[in-house]
Design a protein around this ligand. Structure first.
Ligand code: ZN
Length: 249
């Protein structure tokens, strides 16, 4: 059972605003304009490739925010193209542009392949019977923004792992989109190596690893994909961009 796509998108829009409004009030949204600009530049090239892969996604409301949480290593893309990256991923991993492109390409791919919608459906099924609780939570946590049902499912979905198959599909499409956008496929492997190496740090929260386990096996598979992606990366033709906004929270 899948939440219908138009509903997944409209409810994710609500969820995005509800999640990010209190973060903005706390002064933790896009606090570093240079970091935001960097992430926007990278994602606008990725989205240009995403909409070639899936033309209807050209109508999505693509946007990205940097959440200023230097301890948290995470990033996500909701149904409909609403993205966020936590500053900890960039700072703690000392992530290069190529590595940021790999993590965002991977997350964009989950949205393009409707994995995000599938997780929302699972979250909605889990939620049945706890609606009253979610309304109570929303008053406190989401600054009084009424959020329930499918919109709450969009938030819960961000913390649910995908299936191993969905992960492999997103790894493959993500590295391809990034390569076509001119980002080095080898960065997919170095990104995961950094995550694995750093994951012992006590002062970091590896939220991304809790939804994305088995980095060693993943690195082996990405290593194999890297070779196939090199021709896309080495193609020097101009790289298109698609607008990605950051200003509607
Ligand atoms: Zn994933």
């Amino acid at each position: 059972m899948l939440v219908p796509e138009n509903m997944a998108i409209s409810e994710s829009n609500k969820a995005y605003k509800a999640m990010l409004t209190p973060i903005k009030k706390d002064g933790k949204l896009n606090a570093d304009p240079d970091m935001l600009e960097r992430v926007k530049t990278i994602t606008s090239r990725l989205v240009a490739q995403a909409v070639i892969y899936r033309p209807d996604a050209a109508n999505w409301n693509w946007s990205v925010q940097v959440i200023d949480e230097p301890e948290i290593i995470n990033a996500w893309c909701m149904a409909g193209g609403r993205m966020a990256i936590y500053s900890g991923l960039i700072l703690k991993l000392e992530a290069t542009d190529d590595e940021i492109a790999q993590v965002m390409g991977h997350e964009i791919s989950h949205a393009l392949l409707s994995h995000t919608r599938e997780r929302m459906s699972r979250a909605l099924a889990m939620q049945l019977g706890i609606t009253a609780m979610s309304i109570a939570v929303s008053d406190e946590k989401y600054g009084g923004i009424a959020i329930q049902g499918t919109a709450m499912a969009a938030i819960i979905a961000l913390e649910l792992p995908n299936s191993r198959t969905a992960e492999s599909e997103s790894d493959r499409l993500g590295i391809e989109i990034a390569a076509k956008a001119g980002f080095d496929p080898k960065a997919a492997v170095t990104l995961w190596k950094k995550m694995a190496d750093e994951s012992g740090q006590k002062d970091s929260r590896f939220d991304f690893l809790s939804t994305h386990p088995a980095p060693v096996k993943r690195m082996e598979e990405l290593e194999i994909l890297t070779q196939a992606m090199m021709p896309y990366y080495e193609d020097m033709s101009p790289k298109p961009v698609h607008p990605v906004s950051a200003g509607d929270i």
